[in-house]
Design a protein around this ligand. Structure first.
Ligand code: NAP
Length: 508
């Protein structure tokens, strides 16, 4: 292993999306100075930096989809668009002193726990860095998933994923093949439909689509929130508890049926063609996959220049897409709205613990982390938004803030050269609890195939109940559920790197 001068910090946070920024703000708050953040890109923001496709926005109300400690009275809409969320994240990162601690253009290739030295060795694109504590804040929606259709490499036109939108491609007058009808596709399809010549929408599973209750926030309202922050806090709290009620429909089919009726009515109002309605009607329970919200998806799909294609794709040819029935659909551009690698997260292959095994190997196709955060055999590793902490019904910022509070409690216990990891028993109990809570919910028995479920059929992605019960659970770090150790290695004395200046960032 390379022992040449490495840059050491007590804590290394990898990733600067919502969770990395939240962790850094909390550490600063705790008076912790010895930490840095590594970011593969040149800007903070994570998935909100990367996803710039037309129409990209959030389907959780802005007052809740933000940090509790950094409320934004200036949201221009009740559901924010990507540019505004990205601006918000950059502003929080700057205002709370996070940005100067970020090492941009540091892509994490590998992270290995060195048991002898009692530290993490992070192999980055800029060389090795070391840290006593490693906070992984890489997010679940960071690695786009693009199906490898036979012949894709022969396609002569541009082909790109929604998470890496190619803004240089002018879609006006083009024949476009869109693959996927998930949360991203239903946002960009209405944006591009009016300008393209033809749009073939390849739908494998129709989504449930509810009306989107989005509106502009008036200047008066914004002034009001600015003048009286408590009012915004009150609204946030009301939204929080209102969204918690959504869990009931995931657990009680009768409630779900009522909501399904609203979604069906929404479709009936917007799609007049009976055959198309049939094509767009899901055959699984609502909530089994993420419930989508849009007011312009159905009208776009019902437009004359759009065909919803439900026959599977068999291959891609230089000038189009061929379906299983042999029909060739000419295309100038292919856009993949095919989601992300969630259950087989790439970071799982890159992190290796005490015995050299990767997370992926130790998980055996079913990711698990105690409280979605710590993993036996991986000392001093804290995963933010780890397995079992995703949400479908409310804002992930709630989970993130609960986790960073929990992590800082753990860090207080291991000041000096100590290590912490959960006991196997605690990890098994947590997994059993996720399984018990998932049993008979719409996520596991709703009749769909979703990325919430891993290869073994377990829900290892979502926290399958109320967000407030997760908050409560993580409000107190329980030492008895963990194993502590002391490393005999000398403390690393290399200096902490000074914060990078903005000028350095630009030349990195
Ligand atoms: P997604 O919801 O996973 O949807 C992927 C789509 O691609 C699905 O329709 C899927 O069909 C289809 N697909 C995947 N592989 C395919 C293949 N080989 N052949 C044909 N179709 C294929 O991905 P996403 O739309 O990018 O959204 C991912 C997540 O991002 C969301 O669930 C949400 O958490 C987040 N997101 C959130 C917002 C927001 O407003 N907060 C907006 C965008 C995204 P099947 O359904 O049959 O698998």
């Amino acid at each position: 292993m390379n022992d040449t001068p490495s840059t050491h910090s007590r804590i290394a946070i990898v990733g600067t999306g919502f969770s990395g920024i939240a962790a850094a703000v909390k550490l600063i708050d705790e008076g912790e100075n010895d930490f840095v953040l590594y970011e593969r890109s040149g800007e903070v923001g994570g998935t909100w930096r990367d996803n710039t496709y037309p129409g990209c926005g959030c389907d959780i109300p802005s007052h809740l989809y933000s940090f509790s400690f950094a409320q934004n009275p200036g949201w221009s809409r009740t559901f924010s668009g990507q540019p505004e969320i990205q601006t918000y994240l950059k502003r929080v990162s700057d205002e709370y002193g996070v940005t100067p601690r970020v090492r941009f253009h540091h892509n994490l290739n590998e992270a290995n726990w060195d048991d002898e030295a009692g530290l993490w060795r992070l192999e980055t694109s800029q060389g090795q860095r070391t840290a006593d504590i490693f906070i992984s804040a890489v997010g679940g929606l960071s690695e786009p998933s693009t199906p490898r259709f036979p012949g894709l490499e022969t396609f002569e036109g541009p082909a790109f994923h929604s998470a890496a939108w190619d803004h240089d491609i002018d879609l006006a007058g083009k024949r476009v093949a869109v693959i996927g009808t998930g949360a991203s596709a239903i946002q960009f399809v209405p944006e591009i439909q009016p300008e393209v010549a033809r749009l073939d929408l390849f739908q494998r599973t129709p989504p449930w689509v509810m009306p989107r209750r989005d509106r502009r926030v008036s200047t008066l309202e914004r002034r009001f929130f600015k003048a009286i922050p408590a009012a915004q806090k009150l609204i946030r709290t009301a939204i929080y508890w209102g969204r918690e009620l959504f869990v009931l429909q995931m657990r009680r089919p009768r409630v779900a049926r009522r909501t399904q009726a609203i979604a069906l009515r929404h479709m009936h109002q917007q799609v007049k063609d009976v055959a198309l309605r049939e094509t767009l009607t899901p055959d699984y329970s609502m909530g089994c996959k993420r419930i989508l919200q849009s007011n312009d998806y159905y009208p776009a799909v019902a437009s004359e220049n759009v065909d919803v294609v439900t026959t599977g794709i068999s291959e891609v040819r230089p000038d189009g897409v061929v379906t299983a029935d042999g029909e060739q659909r000419p295309a100038d551009v292919i856009i993949f709205g095919t989601g992300f690698k969630v259950t087989d997260m790439p970071i799982g292959h890159r992190i290796r613990g005490r015995d050299g095994k990767s997370l992926h190997e130790s998980w055996q196709s079913s990711p698990n982390a105690h409280n979605g955060t710590t993993i036996a055999g991986f000392p001093n590793l804290f995963m933010l938004m780890g397995p079992g902490t995703g949400l479908g019904h409310t804002s992930v910022t709630i989970m993130i803030e609960a986790q960073v509070g929990y992590v800082t409690q753990a860090l207080r216990l291991i000041s000096g050269k100590a290590t912490v990891e959960p006991t196997e028993e605690a990890m098994n109990d947590w997994r059993d609890e996720i399984d018990r809570l998932s049993h008979n919910t719409v996520w596991t028995s709703g009749g769909c195939d979703s990325w919430y479920l891993d290869e073994t059929g377990r829900n290892s992605t979502l926290w399958p109940t109320f967000a407030h019960s997760y908050r409560r659970r993580l409000s107190k770090f329980k030492p008895a559920e963990h194993r502590f150790g002391f490393t005999t290695a000398e403390p690393v004395t290399e200096p902490i790197v000074e914060p990078v200046t903005n000028a350095e960032k630009q030349t990195a």
